[in-house]
Write a protein that binds this ligand. Structure first.
Ligand SMILES: [Zn+2]
Ligand SMILES: [Zn+2]
Length: 363
């Protein structure tokens, strides 16, 4: 028995996604069948479409979504049919060495290839992103890759907690642990950077500098907490030196939210030489390197990275949804475009051109 689904399929790098009817297997004992209600278009999906990250094709992309449980395997305990859920591209099994360590949010099941296909096209297997594949009317998720959320929260907002919101807000609040009164520089004011800005504001930072080559992002940056806007394209000299001056000696925290190895270097060199902490949030292309003067580390600058904002999905997403529902974080203004599954390629065009912050597919 299978579920007939409609899904967007990536057949070849840099080709438009194709909307097709596919078959989704029935849930195994530890799996849950989810009806997808809203799915966001994330930059990581674009990385797979343009080949800067690679995976076997054909595949159903999509990893940022919200939906309703339709059916559960016999061993599933934490959700039941009718529950509203957010799928997790970083699982949280709760019992592996990583989950129990208290030192990482990356469960041992994160990034592990699937043992058997779950989606088929005329009997032939089709892959899926992040063991989810949410650009589809339905998805199968392992119980460890799913969290129940409150049922009064709108799907076309909370889908964003499945990746971008949690990644950005969490990078500032959970990973870098931005302190009240501190200074922060955020490089790249898109769907992630805006969330880092509001995370820094939530944490009580007093100076928040937004850096982007697109000056049209300034108004949005200020709405999400930026106190200054800096456009590197208007800077003749060294960008890091200009930002050291602007922050009177260097930021306490900097965040790279683009995935550009040269900007990672700028972000590192723009933070305070004795205690500045640079956090890499953007996904840099495979094989590309950044370089640093190791003497900077001796003096006290540090650099680290953040996946999914250091969040553990089953623990932290319900809290993120509460923050949205209580007006503590703003998601409404980030969801700039509502589209249908058939418009997914136009949605990625808007992402490429910078017209959208977040486009959401509503089912
Ligand atoms: Zn994402
Ligand atoms: Zn685990």
């Amino acid at each position: 028995v299978t579920t007939k689904i409609r899904a967007a399929v990536l057949h070849a790098i840099n080709e438009p996604l194709v909307i097709e009817e596919l078959e989704l297997d029935d849930p195994r004992p530890d799996e849950v069948l989810v009806q997808i209600k809203a799915a966001g278009l994330c930059h990581s999906d674009l990385h797979y479409i343009n080949g800067s990250l690679s995976r076997p094709l054909p595949t159903v992309p999509g990893h940022e979504a919200a939906g309703v449980v339709l059916a559960c395997g016999s061993a599933v305990k934490s959700v039941r049919p009718g529950d509203h859920v957010v799928p997790l591209f970083v699982p949280q099994c709760g019992s592996c060495e990583s989950c129990l360590s208290g030192r990482t949010n990356l469960c041992r099941y994160f990034g592990v290839p699937e043992s058997e296909p779950r989606i088929f096209r005329a009997g032939e297997p089709v892959g899926r992103s992040s063991t989810l594949g949410t650009f589809a009317t339905h998805a199968l998720a392992n119980e460890r890759s799913l969290v129940k959320v409150r049922s009064d929260a709108p799907f076309n907002r909370i889908f964003y907690c499945g990746c971008g919101v949690t990644t950005g807000v969490g990078a500032a609040v959970f990973d870098a642990k931005v302190q009240p009164g501190s200074s922060v520089i955020v490089f790249g004011i898109g769907g992630i950077g805006l969330n880092v800005l509001q995370g820094a504001r939530l944490a009580g930072a007093s100076t928040i500098v937004a850096v982007d080559t697109n000056s049209e992002r300034e108004a949005m940056a200020r709405k999400f907490g930026a106190t200054r806007f800096f456009n590197p394209a208007t800077c003749d000299g060294d960008v890091a030196a200009a930002l050291l001056a602007l922050t009177e000696g260097g930021a306490d925290y900097s965040f790279e939210c683009i995935g550009n190895t040269a900007v990672v270097e700028q972000a590192f060199n723009a933070c305070h030489p004795l205690w500045g902490r640079c956090t890499v949030v953007g996904v840099t292309p495979n094989g590309k390197m950044s370089s640093f003067n190791p003497q900077s580390f001796l003096m006290g600058r540090s650099i680290s990275g953040s996946i999914f904002g250091g969040a553990k999905g089953r623990r932290d997403i319900p809290r993120m949804v509460d923050w949205y529902m209580d007006g503590i974080i703003n998601i409404d203004d980030l969801v700039t475009h509502r589209i249908k599954l058939d418009q997914i390629n136009e949605g990625f065009d808007m992402m490429r051109s910078g017209e959208s912050i977040r486009a959401v597919i509503e089912f």
